[in-house]
Design a protein around this ligand. Structure first.
Ligand code: SF4
Ligand code: SF4
Length: 396
């Protein structure tokens, strides 16, 4: 099974075994402030009994024979190896014939031989957060570049399957090709995800939830124009040289939408609601980007994951991605590819006065127009049973 594309799962819960705790404090981390919701709990880590409950419920909640566990943070490696050994034991005990995979998202700085051996032996996919070359990475990620690179070396040494998760901020966004080549040529990374920073804070210094007006954009956020240019320039580099070799999540998802198949990432899918986040105490939230009190679905100690994930509140949250689209999106020729992107970024008013246009809209429009003919070509190749990579012979 290909576990490089965890977002293609029908239902999954991103688990925070160490809560919002992290050994770094990256400037734009959207998760560190979540510890304020749990300040009465000095431990802030998931107890074993809860882990057991989660593993059992999570497997039972799946509608497919394959189950993907996603360990996230904060920094999940702050939990000891024994925690994950216990989790794997519980998975085996509760699997009932299902195939189980694990992926873990880490800042990479705590990786050592022992962790890497464990990940290899247990077939983990490891996502490493790294924001490009050192002069970009170190600015916002606590000068951790060298430690992250050591971690990546160890992953390679033990032949662990890993991919890179990069944050695109106000600085690296201006250097798309250098950024992309770093992953391709320096890291020899084949699976790349990148996410633009779009963050707003209110007067009390707390993040503003998507779908709400107001707040002040952070200086680290990208502009829509920068985002559009960034995508176009990387696409040009990729489409000429790397199709079929280098898997850029956003390009793959765009092509999937062009072909009419599920895009594999939630941001470009028509609805949300299949990927929740669970805190260390069992609180379940509609999405990792909506860990705010009003988006709490309940706690797995009182309700099951199944009842919460298929309940009315989550269904409404998921469908809102489509039902709350502003008129400009409904009339957009690229709606099939964009779907209004992530609701967390929808806080502009559109040209008709409807609230809820995506802040990155003009960047996406530029990107979709730019890639349209190449996407048409690759989608045709795919429909005819040929390789999308044939595009590389037809572009200059
Ligand atoms: S709100 Fe955004 S991140 Fe959350 S499921 Fe929807 S598209 Fe994905
Ligand atoms: S490109 Fe803009 S108008 Fe079109 S669907 Fe996306 S956000 Fe909406």
């Amino acid at each position: 099974m290909d576990i490089a594309n965890p977002f293609a799962r029908p239902l999954y819960v991103m688990l925070k075994p160490a809560g919002a705790q992290c050994n770094l404090s990256c400037r734009y981390c959207y998760y560190l402030e979540k510890s304020k919701y749990y300040s009465d709990n000095s431990l802030d880590v998931m107890p074993d009994a809860l882990l057991e409950q989660f593993v059992r419920q999570y497997i039972e909640a799946q509608t497919t024979p394959e189950v993907l566990f996603t360990w996230h943070g904060g920094e999940p490696l702050l939990r000891p190896l024994s925690f994950y050994q216990k989790a794997l034991l519980l998975q085996r005990q509760n699997a009932k014939g299902r195939h189980i995979d694990n992926c873990i998202q880490t800042n990479g700085t705590l990786l050592n031989d022992e962790w890497c051996r464990f990940f290899k032996e247990n077939n983990f996919l490891v996502g490493v957060s790294i924001d490009g070359p050192q002069h970009f990475h170190d600015i916002y990620r606590c000068k951790s570049f060298e430690k992250v690179m050591r971690g990546i070396e160890l992953l390679n040494k033990y032949d662990v399957q890993w991919n890179a998760m990069a944050v695109v901020n106000n600085l690296n966004v201006g250097h798309p090709v250098e950024f992309y080549r770093f992953f391709r040529d320096t890291l020899n990374c084949r699976f790349l995800q990148f996410t633009p920073i779009v963050e707003r804070y209110d007067a009390s210094g707390m993040l503003v939830a998507g779908l709400r007006d107001g707040g002040k954009l952070t200086a680290t956020s990208v502009t829509a124009e920068q985002w559009g240019r960034f995508l176009c320039e990387i696409f040009d580099e990729w489409v000429r040289n790397d199709v079929g070799e280098m898997f850029v999540q956003l390009f793959d998802a765009t092509l999937a939408n062009w072909c009419g198949v599920p895009p594999g990432i939630c941001s470009l899918a028509p609805v949300c609601g299949h990927s929740a986040a669970m805190e260390h105490n069992g609180d379940l939230y509609s999405c990792d980007h909506f860990v705010f009190p009003e988006y709490k679905l309940g706690n797995i100690q009182n309700e099951t994951i199944t009842s919460m994930m298929y309940g009315e509140q989550q269904r409404t949250f998921g469908q809102a991605k489509r039902t709350a689209l502003p008129r400009q999106c409904k009339e957009c020729q690229y709606l099939f590819a964009c779907n209004g992107e992530c609701p967390k970024n929808r806080f502009l008013t559109d040209e008709y006065g409807d609230f809820g246009l995506n802040y990155l809209c003009s960047g996406y429009l530029r990107y979709f127009r730019h890639v349209a003919s190449a996407m048409d070509f690759m989608a045709d190749e795919w429909r005819e049973g040929r390789e999308a990579a044939n595009i590389m012979h037809s572009v200059l």
